[in-house]
Design a protein around this ligand. Structure first.
Ligand code: FAD
Ligand code: FES
Length: 271
C-alpha cells in the first residue's frame, strides 16, 4: 500500500473540466506517492475554507483518486454541499491542501477471473484508475440518475450504462445489469463503489451467487487516518471497521449489511 507522507501537501490546480453533472479537477502532484486504485485523499481548498460567516466547510473532505498520470492526480467531484461546492469553484492556478493517498485500495483480480466494475454516481471515480491498472479487458457497468450524470461514464472505457429515468442505456438499476452478467458468466470478481443502497444490492447479489466482491465505501469521514472513529461500520461477526484505515475497500464478506448511513456521525455530516 502507498503511504502518504506525514502531513498535507500544498498542490496547484492544473485544469478543471465540466463532465455533465460533475467536475473533473486535476492537480499537479509530481512528488506525491503513486496511489493504488481505490485509495483516496483528504482535500481542502487553500483559500476560503474554514473561515467566513458560516464557518463551513471546516474539515477537509474525502475524495477517491480517479486517475494518476504524468505527475497529476485527477478527482471527480459532485457539488452536494459546501466542501464540494468550494472545490468545484477552483480554477487552474488555485491551490489546495491534500493528504494522501490514504486507505486500503483494491486487490488485482486473479488471472482466471473476469473483473466486473460496477459504479454508481460519483462512485465511478475509483473504478477509472482501477481500469487503468488492470491489463486485461474488464466489464464496466455504471448506474446514474439521469442523462447529465451519465456523461460521467466517459471517464471509463466501454461502459454499459443504466439510468433511473431511462434517458441513457438500460432503464433501471445497475445491479440488474450485474445480475445478468453474473448469470451469463459466473467466473467473475466484482469491484464496486457507489451509494450505500447500490453497494448493499451488490453485496447481497454476490453473497447469493458466491461471487467474490470488493466494495469501496464512502462513509462520512472527519480525519481520514484512523484517529476519530467517525467512519466506523459494523464488521461481520462483531466489532467495527474504520473505513478510512481498514478500507475504504473491503472484501464483501468482511461487512454486515451496508446501511444507508453507515459511518456517518450522529450529527449526520462532516462540519
Ligand atoms: C473514501 C471516500 C471517497 C469519496 N470520493 C468522492 C469522490 O470521488 N467524489 C465526490 O464528489 N465525493 C466523494 N466522497 C464523498 C464526499 O467526501 C462527501 O460527500 C463530502 O461530505 C462532501 O462534502 P460537502 O461539504 O460538499 O457536503 P456535506 O455537507 O458534507 O454533505 C452534503 C450532503 O451529503 C450527505 N453526505 C455527506 N457525506 C456522505 C456520505 N459519505 N454518505 C452519505 N451521505 C453523505 C450529508 O449528510 C449532506 O446531506 C467520498 C467519500 C469517501 C469517504
Ligand atoms: S475518519 Fe477518522 S477514524 Fe476514520
Amino acid at each position: 500500500m502507498s503511504q502518504a507522507p506525514f502531513g498535507r501537501r500544498l498542490l496547484r490546480v492544473t485544469s478543471t473540466d465540466e463532465l455533465g453533472a460533475y467536475r473533473v479537477l486535476r492537480v499537479a502532484d509530481p512528488h506525491g506517492p503513486k496511489p493504488r486504485a481505490g485509495q483516496f485523499a483528504m482535500l481542502a481548498a487553500a483559500e476560503h475554507w474554514g473561515g467566513g460567516r458560516e464557518q463551513r466547510p471546516y474539515l477537509p473532505r474525502a475524495f477517491s483518486i480517479a486517475r494518476h498520470s504524468g505527475g497529476e492526480a485527477h478527482f471527480l467531484l459532485e457539488d452536494v454541499g459546501p466542501g464540494t461546492k468550494r472545490l468545484c469553484e477552483l480554477e487552474a492556478g488555485d491551490r489546495l491542501w491534500a493528504l494522501g493517498p490514504l486507505g486500503r485500495g483494491f486487490t488485482a483480480p486473479p488471472e482466471d477471473l473476469r473483473a466486473i466494475l460496477v459504479g454508481g454516481g460519483v462512485g465511478i471515480a475509483p473504478l477509472a484508475i482501477l481500469q487503468d491498472a488492470i491489463a486485461a479487458p474488464v466489464t464496466v457497468l455504471l448506474g446514474f440518475r439521469d442523462r447529465a450524470h451519465a456523461q460521467g461514464a466517459t471517464l471509463l472505457d466501454s461502459a454499459r450504462v443504466a439510468t433511473d429515468d431511462g434517458s441513457v442505456g438500460h432503464r433501471g438499476l445497475v445491479t440488474e445489469l450485474l445480475a445478468s452478467e453474473i448469470e451469463r458468466d459466473p467466473c467473475a470478481v466484482v469491484y464496486a463503489c457507489g451509494p450505500a443502497g447500490m453497494l448493499e444490492g451488490v453485496r447481497a447479489l454476490c453473497a447469493r451467487t458466491g461471487t467474490p466482491a470488493q466494495l469501496a465505501l464512502e462513509a462520512g469521514m472527519a480525519c481520514g487516518f484512523g484517529a476519530c472513529f467517525g467512519c466506523a461500520v459494523p464488521r461481520r461477526g462483531g466489532g467495527y471497521l474504520r473505513v478510512c484505515l481498514d478500507g475504504p475497500v473491503f472484501d464483501a464478506g468482511e461487512l454486515e449489511r451496508i446501511d444507508e448511513h453507515a459511518g456517518l456521525s450522529e450529527v449526520g455530516q462532516p462540519v
